[in-house]
Design a protein around this ligand. Structure first.
Ligand code: FES
Length: 56
């Protein structure tokens, strides 16, 4: 499922990024570009980061 339409970032890509060591949305943004355009996805992306961190 796409989370960030501006940058074509999917939910699983965010999770993978966190599993590989990204600790917060800023770090995920640096590798995927998520939430760097309109910002509408930031809230959902943040939630996914939070959940993925708990899975590590
Ligand atoms: Fe992610 Fe626009 S939907 S920046």
């Amino acid at each position: 499922m796409y989370i960030c339409l501006c940058k074509n970032v999917k939910c699983h890509e965010i999770r993978q990024c966190v599993h590989e060591g990204a600790d917060n949305l800023r770090e995920v943004s640096q590798c995927l570009g998520v939430a760097t355009q309109c910002g509408k996805c930031a809230k959902d992306a943040k939630q996914i980061v939070k959940e993925a961190k708990q899975e590590r």
